[in-house]
Design a protein around this ligand. Structure first.
Ligand SMILES: NC(=O)c1ccc[n+]([C@@H]2O[C@H](COP(=O)([O-])OP(=O)(O)OC[C@H]3O[C@@H](n4cnc5c(N)ncnc54)[C@H](OP(=O)(O)O)[C@@H]3O)[C@@H](O)[C@H]2O)c1
Length: 425
């Protein structure tokens, strides 16, 4: 009898081995203690530093992972640590031992998606990770269960709470980037390694997971375009303000007319008419577009102890009725592939025009030469961005324009003439 079956056939009691007692782990501990009806109890907590001062008695803790993983009375492992490599070994071992697993570790899941999928199948175990994508916002199960693959046209949203918090502080309170990042860290919104957030890696990991549940596409972040917000400068915020825009880090996956999928995470100008414009601080949001329902807009807290713990709790609760992701879209997929064969309308600013590869643009629509900062608005093939890195270097900032995707092939015909008119060639 597998552990999962024993969860199902017994009184439903879930005995948890918890890894991590940081922002989310402690949040889960507190939330569980105010939800006694769940019939779930934490038997032991594995942490890294034995000497750290804790808010609960020392006998709750161990630094021996094996103590939890080898304990047959523990039927659920909840993995909430900040080390993706260690998390991978914990989750893999737990699944191999037939334990159900709940995790919030998007980096680990995105890196090992295919293997984790296989482990679930081989061991007939549940592996749930709602908190890994947009924390409190219930999006993974919605994409998995509600939307039929053929009907979903696009998903688009803000899926990283700390960068949204930082951008909000830069725009609303005119804070400098560093000050805003420190505030995000103090509030427990940022990853232990902030580069994961501000470099766009965290949002890319989440988009990687969302692609599987929305379109049945398994793709690692290196297979699509992404960047973070590190290079966004105050002059960019000034230009955005003049145009009545805000800047958001936006994840996008859209079915193209070719049937292929455009996917990217990039900073974007958003207008007040865009729902994302009004998503502030650590909130996340996602718009789904489908053939018949038109659009749905989800919004919820994308970081923080209790919001993230609430999604972990929901997964734990789902184990009570033996819920598993079926990965329907992966198994029934019509071989949807990622593509970079489309164009993007971009705003690019720089402290040195020599850093810009003008020959990469199809055409340039606006050009402003400044003493310290110059900027332009242009159209570029997404493949050119994907295969080059000049636009990510220090002193260059690339921000998508509103409605940035251009598919129409006819644009190619006018591009050369537009470049001529702009005096570029
Ligand atoms: N914070 C958020 O808002 C948020 C939102 C969504 C998802 N997440 C995800 O949730 C996970 C936890 O994030 P967090 O913010 O709670 O991190 P955190 O506050 O830095 O806490 C990390 C915890 O992991 C423990 N740990 C690290 N390596 C370990 C190992 N090898 N074995 C056992 N324990 C280990 C640490 O132990 P010590 O206490 O001994 O140092 C600490 O308790 C991450 O995957 C993160 O991406 C976080």
């Amino acid at each position: 009898m597998s552990i999962n079956q024993s969860v199902n056939q017994s009184t439903g009691q879930l005995t948890i081995g918890l890894f991590g007692f940081g922002v989310v782990g402690k949040g889960l501990y507190d939330v569980l203690h105010t939800t006694p009806t769940l019939q779930a109890s934490i038997k032991k907590i594995c942490i890294k530093n034995a000497g750290k001062k804790r808010s609960i008695p020392a006998e709750n803790f161990t630094t021996e992972a094996a103590l939890l993983l080898n304990d047959e009375s523990i039927n659920v492992i909840v993995e909430l640590i900040d080390d993706a490599d260690a998390a991978y070994h914990i989750v893999k071992t737990a699944l191999q031992k037939g334990k159900a697993v709940v995790s919030a570790n998007k980096k680990m899941i995105a890196e090992h998606f295919e293997e984790l999928l296989q482990l679930q199948q081989e061991n007939n175990t549940a592996f749930l990770y709602e908190a890994a994508c947009c924390a409190s916002m219930p999006i993974v199960r919605n994409l998995e269960e509600y939307y039929d693959n053929d009907l979903l046209k696009s998903i688009r949203g803000i899926i990283n709470g700390s960068t949204n918090f930082i951008l909000t502080k830069i725009f609303e309170e005119e804070l400098e980037f560093r000050e805003a990042l420190t505030l995000a860290q103090q509030a427990g919104f940022a990853e232990s390694n902030p580069k994961l957030d501000v470099g766009g890696f965290d949002a890319a990991n989440k988009l990687s997971i969302l692609l599987a549940h929305s379109f049945g596409v398994i793709a690692k972040p290196r297979e699509f375009l992404f960047n973070g917000i590190e290079n966004i400068s105050r002059p960019d915020a000034v230009v955005a303000g003049e145009k009545k825009y805000s800047i958001k880090l936006v994840a996008n996956a859209k079915k193209l007319e070719s049937g292929k999928l455009a996917a990217f995470v990039l900073p974007q100008f958003v207008t007040p008419k865009d729902d994302l414009y009004h998503v502030q601080n650590e909130f996340n949001a996602l718009t789904t577009e489908s053939s018949f329902a038109d659009t749905h807009f989800f919004k919820g807290k994308g970081a923080g102890a209790f919001p993230t713990a609430s999604a972990v709790l929901s997964d734990i609760s789902a184990l009570r009725y033996n819920y598993k992701y079926e990965y329907k879209k992966i198994h029934h997929r019509t071989d949807t592939q990622l593509s970079t064969d489309y164009y993007l309308k971009v705003f690019i600013s720089t402290d040195d025009l020599a850093k810009i590869r003008k020959e990469d643009f199809e055409w340039i629509e606006e050009w402003h030469n400044g003493f310290k900062q110059s900027w332009l608005v242009a159209v570029i093939h997404a493949g050119k961005l994907f295969h080059t890195g000049w636009w990510k270097q220090e002193g260059v900032s690339l921000i998508l324009c509103p409605e940035p995707i251009i598919e129409n092939i006819d644009y190619r015909k006018v591009s050369k003439r537009s470049l001529e008119l702009a005096g570029v060639i």
